[in-house]
Design a protein around this ligand. Sequence first.
Ligand SMILES: Cc1ncc(COP(=O)(O)O)c(C=O)c1O
Length: 476
Amino acid sequence: MNIPQTGLSKQEVLATLKAFKTRDMDWKGGKVFCYVYNPGEDPAEVTREAYMEFLTENGLDPAVFPSMLKLETDVVRMVINLLRGDSNAVGHLTTGGTESIMLAVKTARDKARAEKPHIKEPEMVLPKTAHAAFHKAAHYLSVKPVIVDIDPQTFKVRAEDMEKAITENTILLVASAPSYSQGVIDPIADIGRIAQKQDLLFHVDACVGGVHLSFMRKMGYEVPDFDFTVPGVTSISTDLHKYGYAAKGCSVIMYRSREIRKYQIFACTDTTAYTLINPTVLSTKGGGPYAGAWAILHFLGEEGYMRIIETVQEATQKLIAGINAIPELRVLGAPAMSMFSFASDSINVYQLADEMGKRGWYLQGQFSTPLTPRNLHISVNFGNAQNVDILLKDLRECVEIVKSKEPIDSDAIRQMVSAALQGPDPEAAFGQLAASAGLTGTDLPSGMAFINEVMDALPDSVCNVFLINYFNDLYV
Ligand SMILES: Cc1ncc(COP(=O)(O)O)c(C=O)c1O
């Protein structure tokens, strides 16, 4: 495709863009249980208008755009207060959970470089359930991830196992509130005690839980402390573009004090151009996400969030009970809020996800690990809370359909995969496997069951190469 010689009309441009969405899944109908957090029409409209109001402003230079400084400091202070930080706590807005986590890891690395220069090969201790963003940060920032197994009954890490993984190279401990995969909260208070005892930084990933769990606590739900009230917690990430229902591109990275946060900030006067001072990864930063977040926090207020959370929690409890009542399915662990996963001992859940997909539902497949069975993930948000009954009805019917179908032969696939791994040219063999799974070229696959089955059988290191090659082909 080339840039058109002559520009199109506004109508043509906008109609074409809308048409691009025809193959997208139906999030507006509340059938997608991840990726989108829909607060309802009125709050979404306020967010949209606020976003457009600040479409052009640039957060790069607060001296030119004091409005951006005001938006950021207001939003960060509101979230710090929600997470019960005191007046010493500080933070920044970032583009999302991944950037917030990257910055927490960079801050820990650079603080260690300054204060513990004997550490040449820094390590961070991560529960197996920690989000992949920590592995990405480790990869980008040359920090070694030390992975700690979880309890296979509760899906939480054990604090004593975290402590055992600490070495003289450890610079950071990590835990989740909650973890994405099973929606459970790690033992934050116990890990905080270890962090204090060992003089280590401790990051709590509350990307999904920061807003939702804090309001649940205020509403009287039983929520273990996971925020700045826990001694030893030194930084927290909380995404506003998830359960804060803000527009995409907005998360908050918070630190207990400026003494820690200073290692996050980068300044450069070493060029012929303007003075650059960047507290976060980006330099030029659009104002839309800041204004969108400011707007939704003010428009909903505490009462608005609590109304939303009540609806979401009721829907979640009904869904969990309904899924557990289907004999072939079982919810894993005791989810802390509105995210959970379910597995089956008798049917292939990837086939179930495909059958549900034919009815417009998106349930997310998660691979098995030695301590967790393969499962499907659900994040309930306000936009799909009204669909519980119809989802359960479709689930019951689809379970029966999967039972009546030819099952995927997992053993045969595992044998095929291990033969390919031992063959002379594993890459070519995987190319063929990918082709037979419909995972090639520049198009997207229609069904995922076979692909998930193959990927579940692959060792992580091989699977990662496989996926990198696929994306390398998929995009221009
Ligand atoms: C617990 C947790 N942390 C971090 C992230 C990464 O957030 P983002 O996708 O905004 O980069 C996610 C995303 O789902 C998450 O669930």
